[in-house]
Each structure stands twice: as C-alpha cells, then as structure tokens.
Design a protein around this ligand. Sequence first.
Ligand SMILES: [Fe+2]
Length: 231
Amino acid sequence: MTTGTLSPPNRLTEDRETYSQAQILSALSFAFRLSKRESVSAQNIDALCNAFAYVVDAKSPFTYHHSVRVAETAESMARHLGMEPESVVRIRRAALLHDIGKLFVPDAVLHKKEGLTQDELDTVREHASLTEEILRCVGAFSDLATMAGRHHERLDGSGYPRGLTSEDLTLEDRIIAVADFYSAMTENRPYHQAISHEDAMAVLQRYVPHKLDAACVLALATVRGGGIPVA
Ligand SMILES: [Fe+2]
C-alpha cells in the first residue's frame, strides 16, 4: 500500500471565467491517481474534493467557482452554529461535491436561457440524485453521499429529489441547502442575473421557516454581514 502524499494540482486561479483544459486534466488525473489507493488520508480526501469541485465548476462559466463558494459559505455557517470540527469538515467536503451530478447534465440544457421543458427540468433535477449515486460508489466519499444529494430538499417537502421533510433533514443538510440557494441567487445564470446580498437575504427570509431553517438563514446573514433585511 502506498502511503505518501500526492501533490494536488496547482491552485487554480480565481480570476478566470473557466479553467483551462490542462488544469481540468491535472485535477482529473490527480483524482484518478488517488482513487487507485487502498486508503486515502484526510489531507488527500480534502485535495480530492477540491479537485472534483474544480472539475464541476469548470463545466460552465455559469457554475464557475460555485461549488467552492457554497463550501466556503457552508463552512462559515457551520462554525458559527457551533458544530463539531468533524461535522464542519464533512459539510465542507459535501458542499464541494454537491453538484457533481451536473457533469451528466448536457450543456445545452444547463446553458438554456429560455424556459425549460418539463423533460429538461427533470434532467436538471436529476443531478441531485446522480450526485448521491456517484458519491456512494467512491469509498472515500460514500459517507458524504446522503448529505450532498439533499441540497435541493426543502423542509416542507417541496424540494427534490425525494421530497424529504423537516423530520428527515439534519442541520448539516439544512446548512448546505441555504448556502447553495444563496450562492445560486448571487451568481449569474443563463436565466437570471446575479442579485445583491441584500436582495438574496430578503428572498431567503421569505422561505423561513416553511422551506428553509431559520437558524441557518440567520447564521448566513451573520457570516456574510449585513444581517436580515426588514421586510
Ligand atoms: Fe444543485
């Protein structure tokens, strides 16, 4: 068994709209070499999560840096909520990997500006269950599969893919759901322009408490600054 530490790809620059093919290949090759190992150190699991996040974010200029932003936000929220260090690490890793299922959604659908057909919407929504399936197949990631696959679930059962409710969703799940929703609203997408922090917080607040966890939204407001806007 090999026990040394592999070198992760050079830190990818943050001022580009998309990563170069060489950078993506470097991240994939690093991930592949790690996956051949019998055991993976915590340091290398983190590097592997980062590598896959870079690959997912590189798929489209619209998802550029999304996974990394969700991870940074979710990690800050988890710390603010006083979660145990092991939980904070799990949340960061699951957030980095939460959209890995999008690798299987065609760009033509992901980049579509006009409204999606029901079939296309179903295809996009499938990414959440694909994320769970993919992660469950990779030993080092299997314990993150459930959490990562739940990032579009809502407390009232209106989310997907399973329509879980508050009884099923843990604080970890709720943190990632809020961090993902906030990040998506404050980033450009083919079908909408990024909105401001204040406007995004106002939207999140409208979904409290039936869809989103109140404590998580408050934690986000605190760690991102600006507080909760008065309606
Ligand atoms: Fe997603």
